[in-house]
Design a protein around this ligand. Structure first.
Ligand code: G3P
Length: 287
């Protein structure tokens, strides 16, 4: 059962509907799920097919993604399911938007994931105008989160998520959790139309600190949610302290939310690398 006093929504990060079912059984609730091309490439049916030497055609892989997303959505009809567009370094906003519209029609509860890149933001700006819900992924900086805020200014609360990837910052020695607290602090001066979705969660400590910081949403892999269930769905109190060890602090910056999104410096090498890896993993499934 959902613990009393839990304000943060809890999502599963994964591409296997079997995990969705199991998490629901373990926790007694689940508020949503996030998927991405890498996670779909790890889906057991996709793996089996690849191991038997059978790849997918470009059309088959979309049909496969759709069936996975539909299965997940059926488990959590009241929740949100994030579905990611294919984007490589040359994919235009127009192409992303076309995919996003198609993917939105797959299920009634989709948030469409666009990268926090120039083309991704351009796609998101138009997508929210057309009534799509979006989840801006591969976010690594406060500037990118400010640009997401600005590009989606016309949107209603609940329709826009920003996904800062904390684990990938930790991986290179920076304290990813700082990005969560910095974005929450920056957004506290805004109108609340963008919700912070803590992503790339690697440890229970990430989850506990994101809960303490009041992240709107946390998406965590099966292993972490299982651990959380085993720990009695604990919600950390005010006394909880996150130990960042030797990770380098990411300082807070005063950034106005009033600028045009094009005026923020949104480039980040991890966004570029993330786009490259997602497209590689997706292409590895296709003949
Ligand atoms: O939700 C984003 C997540 O899937 C990325 O996690 O572990 O690949 O950095 P990771």
């Amino acid at each position: 059962m959902r613990p009393e006093g839990l304000k943060t929504r809890i999502f599963l990060d994964g591409g296997d509907p079997g995990e969705t079912r199991e998490v629901l059984g373990l926790l007694g609730f689940l508020d949503g799920q996030t998927t991405n091309p890498t996670l779909i490439a790890k889906n057991p049916d996709a793996r089996r097919r690849l191991e038997q030497g059978g790849k997918f055609s470009a059309e088959e892989i979309y049909r496969f993604y759709k069936s996975v997303v539909r299965e997940i959505s059926a488990f959590i009809p009241e929740g949100s399911v994030s579905v990611e567009v294919y984007a490589d370094r040359d994919t235009t906003a127009e192409k992303m938007l076309l995919q996003g519209k198609e993917m939105s029609s797959w299920i009634p509860n989709a948030h469409i994931k666009f990268p926090s890149s120039r083309e991704g933001l351009r796609a998101a700006e138009q997508a929210v105008r057309e009534g799509l819900r979006v989840n801006m992924t591969l976010c690594f900086t406060q500037e990118q989160a400010a640009a997401v805020y600005a590009a989606t200014r016309s949107a209603e609360k609940g329709t826009v998520f920003v996904s800062p990837f904390i684990g990938r910052l930790d991986d290179r020695g920076e304290n990813g959790m700082d990005i969560i607290s910095n974005i929450i602090r920056m957004y506290s001066r805004g109108d609340g139309h963008v919700e912070v979705l803590t992503a790339s969660v690697r440890t229970s400590a990430h989850m506990y600190y994101a809960l303490k910081l009041g992240s709107d949403i946390i998406t965590a892999p099966f292993r972490i949610l299982k651990e959380w269930g085993e720990q009695g769905l604990r919600i950390p109190g005010d006394a909880y302290e996150y130990n960042a060890g030797t990770l380098m602090k990411i300082p807070y910056k005063e950034i106005a939310l009033s600028k045009k999104w094009q005026d923020y410096n949104i480039s980040h090498d991890l966004t570029d690398k993330g786009i490259e890896k997602f497209s590689e993993d997706w292409n590895s499934l296709i003949t």
